[in-house]
Design a protein around this ligand. Sequence first.
Ligand SMILES: [Zn+2]
Length: 245
Amino acid sequence: MLYNLSQKIRNYHPDKEQLDKINSLKPSNQPDYDETELIVIPFAASNNLIHSSLGTWSIKTLEAITASYQYGGQDLMLDHQWEDSTKTIGIVFDAEMWDITPNDNFLDYLLRKSPNIEWDKKILNEQGYQQVTLFGAVEVSHFINSEFRYGRKTDVSIGGFGKMRYLCPLCSTNGKQVEFTDEECPHYMPTQWNLAYASEKELQAFAPYYIRDGWDFSAELSMVFEGNCVQARVIDERFLQMLSI
Ligand SMILES: [Zn+2]
């Protein structure tokens, strides 16, 4: 799948297919956009690795997140400021789920900010690297283009609604889904608060991370200073070089 993206991932203006999708999302009484009016920004929006909160997404949930963004038209905004509609800077119009078997260089890149390298490596061995890749569009004249071009806006974070279930990775094996609240799970969920108040003995019973399962729909993608998914950001040239794209 990746090989077909070599051109699309470097598109500055939208190509014909992208422009058609963006035009389908405009107000119905507005004239069509011209490709030179818009720039496209590619984002590594989320993935299956351990976030700074010590949570991961289940693969099923990553697929649901991708499918929801594929519908298109979600806000591209600043800092998840849902109470302030002036913080919207563009739209998200397309999504792809990438399935990558990392080479050594890419593995180093992915694990650089990992909160748990040993367990992230296990995840990569079992699942490969699964990434939700999003495409945003912004008008050329918008100030945010300068922010993107000169690297003042890089990190991103997804926003949406879901009824979460919290699964234990130690007990959820062989296709089983076991929540921390299930009787058969003897482990504690590793949140910052739980960890902070645990005794030395209790710390032995903590799972290394937790799996979040459940996503209803994607509402927005935000530019943030540092996201919960530590690898989430604007896709840069180095990222593509490591994948030899
Ligand atoms: Zn367990």
